[in-house]
Design a protein around this ligand. Sequence first.
Ligand code: PLP
Length: 230
Amino acid sequence: MDVQTQLRHINEEIIEVCKKSGRNREEISIIAVTKYVTPERAKEALDAGIVHLGENRDDELLRKQEILGSDPVWHFIGSLQSRKVKNIIGKVAYIHSLDRLSLAKEIDKRASSAVDCFVQVNTSMEPSKHGLTREEVVPFLKELKSFPNIRVVGLMTMAPHTEDEEQIRSCFRLLRTLRQEVQALKLPYAPCHELSMGMSNDYKIAVEEGATFIRIGSSLVGNQTGGANS
Ligand SMILES: *Cc1c(COP(=O)(O)O)cnc(C)c1O
């Protein structure tokens, strides 16, 4: 299926959910997650009107950026090793995976101005998932005070892979609740107005629960790895 058709379908779904839940479509941005596909396929997404691109590896992000330029808004969405930070600083508009002080320290050191970050939260409590526990979020936010180049624009989470919609929904609700807690702190470096949540399988639930950035790979651009037929 071509990206334009997929995007039209996703947009219709989002508009419908917005109507149902009393939200404004303008509040929600789609990040096309292009980690599985070629730069050509990512270009199709841009041609279809996509503005935001997400990648989870530094080398692949830089390779695609070389081809597609810096007009798209680039998001780093995967877990980030501290030694890779220097490769992406200045190249990405957002980092979605801030989950430890050592990483904050490295970003702060390498950046020449404030970097927009999402704090990643493990809302499902699965041991395999990255992110802070709910209890860790507020203390972590307070500690970021010592890093002037970190600006927390929002929170990010990944829901579990499950058919159980209520379980998914409760993860997204928790993220929204945590956003309120962070906003109540009124930290100048953490406006925290965004919620990065929802992927191909669960973005409709995420939009219902308040997502402002949804990260969609497979159902928008497909999930073939490189190669001639992707
Ligand atoms: C791969 C990935 C996505 C997109 O996943 P799909 O299920 O293909 O939409 C979203 N967020 C993160 C953090 C990812 O790694």
